[in-house]
Design a protein around this ligand. Sequence first.
Ligand SMILES: O=P(O)(O)O[C@@H]1[C@@H](OP(=O)(O)O)[C@H](OP(=O)(O)O)[C@H](O)[C@H](OP(=O)(O)O)[C@H]1OP(=O)(O)O
Ligand SMILES: Nc1ncnc2c1ncn2[C@@H]1O[C@H](COP(=O)(O)OP(=O)(O)OP(=O)(O)O)[C@@H](O)[C@H]1O
Length: 372
Amino acid sequence: MTAAKIPSISGDTGLTYLAEGAANIVYRFEIRHPTPPPSQLEEYGEGTPPPTEIESDFDEKGDGFDYRAFTPFQPLSLSHSGITTDVTLDKLLRLRKGLSTTLPVSVTQEAWERVIAPLFLPTEIVQQSLVRLESRVIHDLNTKLQHWEQDPADAQNPRPSIRRGIYLADDEFGLLFKPKWLIQSPSAPKNAVRCRQCARFARANAELARENESLKKVWCPLELSMNESRRLAQILFPPEERDEMFPRFQSWLSSNTLLPRLRQLQKALDPIGVLENDKNNDMFRAAMTLRDCSVFVRFPATVADDHLIEARIGDLDLKSPNKAQYWKDIENSLINGGWYTGTEKAEDRQPLTCQLSPKGEDAMRAFLLSQS
Ligand SMILES: O=P(O)(O)O[C@@H]1[C@@H](OP(=O)(O)O)[C@H](OP(=O)(O)O)[C@H](O)[C@H](OP(=O)(O)O)[C@H]1OP(=O)(O)O
Ligand SMILES: Nc1ncnc2c1ncn2[C@@H]1O[C@H](COP(=O)(O)OP(=O)(O)OP(=O)(O)O)[C@@H](O)[C@H]1O
């Protein structure tokens, strides 16, 4: 997109913190009529830094504007509030954090358009484009974040969880989850009894157990390939919604084409694995992006309209090459710590609940764990 076509957001545009992940903070435009509350969030994931500073991607031409990716799934029914801006307000604003593992948005947007978007139909992914921000927008938002950190009681919104968000208008139900690694890591041991994500869960839970903290609820991404949604659904839906939403989610899962496409791409784009692959290979980094993307599912108000369910993939910024060492370190620790093979140290032992785990062995493990 040329600079002339990039819409701009002026300094007096009202922006409200909605949610954040490890690399980005998402804002919505302020509107007159209240929208549903933002994500009910439990805690940051281990890789998510606090909302300290947003990076300023100053335009080299020095025209006083920042260039920003401008996302979204259009999850909110926004009515126009007369804000001074020339962007459509049924969008969200996604700003990157100032981390060595994030790239300038002009770079990620170019990579998104060149590498990621051509892999999907336009209706399969959250559309995003650049906007220009007056430079004081970032300054003002960083000041607000600093105040929030200093005085959390001032916070209007709870802190984010990246697993589930209520982000739809009242009459619809929205779901957000990360499908993670839908097939086994190519560099996992051949005798693995856990997939990459289950190995990651097991390692994380062993650490939490050592610190006497509550464990993460686990589910296996390979279950999605088998159209088995129960464990994931239990995490995603609160108890009062389960009776209605389980069958609807299951039905969507059995018929959707998005996850099979994601799985196929994860496989095709990285047949080698993180230990050997070249960090400068765009396809490899696209595979890593697709192993950490989010899926948004928008359910209509009633089951009768479920043929209108909309599902899109978002968070598709091409990963930075600076993450390559992290990927190798994690993979080596999963291999060497016995997390893939279920041979972790006895004191760290975790249940074997992966689709790759031998049936029956989990019950034996549970028994042994209860005796230890
Ligand atoms: O390594 P993983 O699989 O744990 O994934 C990381 C995510 O952890 P998760 O297991 O989804 O909670 C992690 O998410 P959280 O910090 O846990 O919210 C990030 O998404 C991280 O990517 P980046 O640093 O933002 O580029 C993710 O890193 P990569 O996808 O680059 O590996
Ligand atoms: N299109 C959207 N509609 C609704 N909510 C959204 C949308 N995009 C992002 N969010 C919310 O903002 C949060 C952070 O966004 P995003 O996943 O893009 O950040 P990230 O830093 O790239 O994440 P990660 O931790 O996976 O790297 C999401 O978990 C979700 O709650």
